[in-house]
Design a protein around this ligand. Structure first.
Ligand code: PMP
Length: 413
């Protein structure tokens, strides 16, 4: 990226013309489009008349079964890289499982812990940046201090991570979106996964929050492999280090899918012991209809290809328009999966770009949202979420965004 100069008068004129158009567009949140949701409408008539039994004879209409239905856990064991017997199918959201994991660790001593997290004088989590704002908000809410570490194109900067976890026993966790990361699209390299699984941590109860939200969300046939962190950690004697999360929110219905939690046997015993006080069991009717609808791992794969056909062109449009409009001023990620593009504009302009876009009727995720406490020190990262709007709207929004970047840079001089 260069910092080419921009003619202020041209930038002002283009921006005034943009405002005159009175747009109303939104590329803020990573939501599936209605067309993507339509793909799963087979769910609406499942499990179907009289289908009340799971494969093991469980009546799904009744209480019980804290681990969830085996047939659904088997389907997601491969994609989430957790043996089916160590994978739980739960409620409708993985974020709530991450929330529960933090709360339970605060209140009940984790396997390997000296004390409950609530009894620790200070708690810290590592936050690879740019990252997912809801992760950061969750830990911020409980007073857990977030320590930013840079994301590279291989995953978190492991030299920084290894030093921080080795030196400070207050560092209890790290947030990771290992595949098609939110918002950079990066998939962690084998070396990064191995180092996370084997590194020395000062805290005996350190946990990797492995949020594999985009495990099967490929946009192309070029699917990067992700190393199996639970297997690597187990092999290294660190089986309890890993909490795996995932969900079908962006496979079937967002907010009406199924969330998953995977971990070592000791962690699962801890989890079930705690969660059994909170619920008598998950919604197994929803789990059964998901198992019938998706059928097996190949069924998931075939379904995700249909998603890629819908959203692939939107990602291509973002890249094409940014290339046409902003090659001289900005850089951006070219993800081959997931839900986001991360745009890096010249330092000190991201907030102004978002403000200008809002004035012109284009809603963008607030600048800084990709960093702990909403503070991007370089004020340079903007997250683009192209899945929800129609293709023509994505194109219009990204062209408008480019006009705003040019003006923000011109004004800065
Ligand atoms: N993790 C990541 C990385 C996400 O991007 C999202 C949705 N934006 C979630 C979790 C939320 O997942 P769920 O719907 O399962 O709570």
């Amino acid at each position: 990226m260069t910092t080419a100069s921009v003619d202020v008068d041209t930038a002002r004129r283009d921006y005034a013309a943009l405002v005159d158009r009175g747009l109303s567009l939104d590329i803020t949140r990573g939501k599936p489009s209605p067309q993507q949701l339509d793909l799963a409408d087979g769910l609406l008539t499942l499990p179907g008349d009289g289908a009340t039994k799971a494969e093991d004879g469980t009546d799904v209409r009744n209480y019980g079964g804290l681990k969830g239905l085996p047939e659904l856990r088997r389907i997601f064991a491969g994609p989430l890289q957790v043996p089916a017997e160590q994978l739980l199918a739960a409620g409708n959201s993985s974020l709530e499982l991450m929330h529960d994991a933090v709360v339970q660790a605060l209140l009940s001593k984790l396997p390997g812990a000296e004390r409950r997290w609530a009894d620790e004088p200070t708690l810290k989590f590592l936050a690879p940046v740019p990252g997912y704002d809801r992760h950061f908000a969750l830990t911020e809410r409980f007073g857990i201090e977030l320590v930013p570490v840079p994301m590279t194109d291989q995953g978190p900067d492991m030299d920084a991570v290894e030093t921080l976890v080795a030196e400070d026993a207050a560092v209890k966790g790290i947030w990771c979106v290992p595949k098609y990361s939110n918002p950079t699209g990066v998939t962690f390299s084998d070396d990064v996964v191995k180092r996370l699984a084997t590194m020395t941590t000062a805290a005996p109860d350190f946990r990797i929050f492995w949020d594999n939200a985009y495990a099967v969300h490929h946009l192309t046939d070029d699917e990067p492999a992700l190393a199996d962190i639970l297997a690597l950690a187990t092999e290294a004697g660190n089986a309890d280090r890993v909490f795996v999360f995932g969900s079908t929110s962006k496979i079937t219905y967002a907010g009406a899918g199924v969330g998953f939690f995977g971990a070592s046997e000791a962690n699962l015993a801890w989890w079930i012991g705690n969660i059994g006080k909170r619920t008598i069991g998950p919604d197994k009717v929803n789990q059964l209809r998901h198992a019938h609808f998706l059928k097996d791992e190949d069924g998931v794969r075939a379904h995700m290809r249909k998603h890629a056909e819908i959203i692939g062109p939107k990602f291509e449009a973002v890249d094409r328009i940014l290339t046409e409009e902003l090659s001289d001023l900005a850089s951006w990620t070219k993800p081959t999966g997931g839900y986001f593009v991360s745009l890096t504009v010249p330092e000190g302009t991201a907030k102004e770009v978002v403000r200008l876009a809002k004035e012109a009727g284009v809603a963008l995720t607030p600048a800084g949202a990709t960093h702990p406490y909403g503070d991007d020190p370089a004020d340079a990262v903007i997250r683009i979420a192209p899945t929800f709007p129609k293709l023509a709207e994505v194109e219009e929004a990204v062209r408008a965004l480019a006009v705003c970047v040019r003006l923000a840079v011109a004004q800065r001089g």
